[in-house]
Design a protein around this ligand. Structure first.
Ligand SMILES: [Zn+2]
Length: 343
């Protein structure tokens, strides 16, 4: 059941923490297919206890190497049985059978694969989660973010009714979440970066934006300042250093506590009913990724999450929920919210 912090006429908000639960690897290196180490999953019971101490109800989006490792799968099975967390699916194409074709940066993004290959990989992932973790996942996140017409329809077809692959305001040469809504929405099934009519899959983006409310406006300003034309003036660096405009992701691996708090405040002022933080499970084991290299980093990582959650709960009436619980509350009209949709 969702858990609630102290009410008293404060702004009502949902808090989600999603964990990409996956193998450890060097994010600047190649894409290993068969040599996946999932030792970090041993840290999840400790992390789950920490989340429970804050009231947080995590959603673990599990990829193939984790689901296929009996020891790791058993840990997640035990957590799922407590009902204090949710298990979803996360597709890393490079280490999820069937493995076919090229294996480079471009193919590491699910959105760049042939639809038949995406379907086969998702079927393999889903059946492995069902068999080894004994849950039927209904929440999905692509590897390397983003979705498109083919992927969202395959996702629906494989029994998922929530997608959480949208990373607002993020774009690179291999995928784009440009112009997506930054609040939960019904995706247009022909063009899921846009809102569409009510359908059988709901989109719950992670929280990304700026240290100022009205993110779509500041995104335009940020894009202008970041353009090649403006580059010689170094305005984007100046805007960051002076705190005039910062682009921020709600992830303690990428952002400081102060920046994450500024982002959550701006998101709430922009009337976003959901604050959605994400992490990678490999950050839970020091020395296995670039963000948590030692015990000091690990401590800071936990403290940063706690500080953001406590700040949010002190200022607002927070309901802590899994992704599916958040969807259900939103569709019941949580805090008067209506998902943006276009008929
Ligand atoms: Zn991942």
């Amino acid at each position: 059941m969702p858990t609630q912090s102290n009410p008293n006429n404060k702004r009502k908000v949902l808090f989600i923490l999603s964990v990409d639960t996956e193998e450890e690897f060097d994010w600047n290196g190649d894409f290993p297919q068969n040599t996946c180490n999932v030792e970090n999953v041993q840290q999840i019971p400790k992390f789950q206890a920490f989340c429970e101490s804050l009231g947080v109800r995590p959603t673990y989006l599990v990829d193939y190497p984790v689901a296929n490792d009996i020891k790791a799968a058993n840990i997640l099975k035990n957590i799922a049985q407590t009902k204090n967390a949710e298990i979803g699916a996360h597709l890393h194409p490079w280490c999820n059978p069937p493995m076919e074709g090229a294996n480079g940066e471009r193919e590491s993004h699910v959105v760049n694969l042939a639809p038949n290959l995406v379907r086969a990989k998702l079927q393999s992932l889903t059946s492995t989660i069902k068999r080894n973790i004994e849950v039927t996942p209904t929440v999905f996140r692509t590897g390397r973010w983003g979705t498109n017409e083919a992927v969202i329809n395959i996702t629906r077809g494989e029994g998922y009714d929530i997608d959480s692959s949208v990373y607002p305001y993020y774009i690179n040469e291999d995928f784009s979440c440009e112009n997506t809504p930054d609040k939960p929405y019904w995706p247009n099934l022909s063009s899921p970066n846009l809102a569409g009519p009510k359908c059988d899959i709901f989109e719950l983006p992670i929280t990304a934006g700026f240290n100022r409310s009205n993110f779509p406006f500041w995104d335009k300003v940020h894009r202008l300042l970041s353009s090649k034309f403006m580059d010689p003036l170094r305005l984007i660096g100046f805007a960051w250093k002076t705190n005039i405009l910062r682009k921020i992701y709600l992830c303690p691996e990428l952002s400081t506590t102060d920046d994450m708090i500024a982002l959550t405040e701006a998101a709430l002022t922009s009337e976003n009913p959901v604050i959605h933080m994400y992490i990678h499970s490999s950050s839970l084991l020091p020395g296995r990724n670039e963000y948590t290299q030692n015990n000091g980093d690990e401590k800071r990582f936990y403290t940063s999450i706690a500080d953001v959650v406590e700040h949010l709960a002190n200022q607002n009436d927070v309901t802590f929920c899994t992704i599916t619980e958040a969807r259900d509350l939103l569709l019941e009209g949580f805090a008067g919210y209506t998902a943006p949709q276009i008929d």
